[in-house]
Ligand binder design. Sequence first.
Ligand code: ZN
Ligand code: ZN
Length: 414
Amino acid sequence: MVETNMLEKYAELALRTGVNLQKGQALVVNSSIEGVDFTRIVVRKAYELGAKNVHVNWSDDELTLLKYENAPEEVLTNIPQWQVDKQLSFAKDGAALLSIRSTNPDLLKDIDAERVAKASKAGAEAMKEFRTYTMNDRIPWSIISIPTGDWAQKIFPEKSKEDAIESLWEQIFTIVRVDQEDPVKAWDEHNTLLRKAREFLNKKKFQKLVFKAPGTDIEFELPQGHIWKGGSAKVAGTDLDFNPNMPTEEVFTMPHKYGVNGTVASTKPLNYGGNVIDNFSLTFKDGKVVDFEAEQGYDTLKHLLDTDEGAKRLGELALVPHESPISQSGLIFYNTLFDENASCHIALGKAYPTNMEGGSDMNDKELDEHGVNDSLTHVDFMIGSADLDIDGVTADGETEAVFRKGSWALDFDA
Ligand code: ZN
Ligand code: ZN
């Protein structure tokens, strides 16, 4: 049995540290019926904290699957305006948005990939205006995860459903620091560390980062004007902090799309489109993949790299110390929110324009000139380990240790 006390602490953490719910504010919760018990705790706590209204958008994996199996394509690709208006009306009222994810990584594995792609594209297009509220931090938003049977048994295949769910809860509590005496305070300290790291790196303006580990010897040029991000964000025009992702362990920026040279080896399997790519390496010249190998999933990797021109170049470079709680668990979560926070990673494909000074206002040509990669895809994979050393090279050619044996070698207070 999962302790009610821990669920209460988790709910409170999501509301206070996640969306930083304020008195008199409305809260919108996205959740699934598998998480009904936990969601009810969240709703009760939200009212206790002074929410004026809590609205829950319920989903049900079984019903989602039935719709994908049976509904005609025009139903899947036509998002009714009232659905859009409902979300927009909350956003315009300044509501907080909490998404409680309970993913089944294999839910749609037997549905035609094109059907899924068309439906999610239609959804993304319909929600474009609403997304300007979250993407630009105009409202506080946060994503947390809770176990489902399918997800838990994918991580712990040898366990019964109940045991697997309980084990996954325990892992989540540790990773999200709910098992600490005062999780809100633990997150304040964690965010302070991430802020110090990103501020240090933003001041340092390294021109290049050099990664060395078994199978890895690669240089990432960082474009002029690159910005390191990570940890808590602020609601636009206010001093209110919120945490978009829980967990989050990374500080990240973009490598120059034409400035990556050398070979990098993966350190964890990559689950892509329901297939696993494992023990793979990529060789880059002037930012582009010119050679690659994979012990498992070679064809899947080839397919990924062939998505478009930008899929052969990088859009993200993230630093995560090897002693992160997710890495310590030694597990593969088949969930990006967890896996990408386990260790240092890079992403093939699109870069976040917000990682570049003025990037949000640049057109495609300007982004390209500044070394910001563009692609339909953005796929993170892990390259960190206890053997990873990183050196930073400054504008005046000086070299400084950034990581040694998988962990920070910098003194952020210096
Ligand atoms: Zn990342
Ligand atoms: Zn990423």
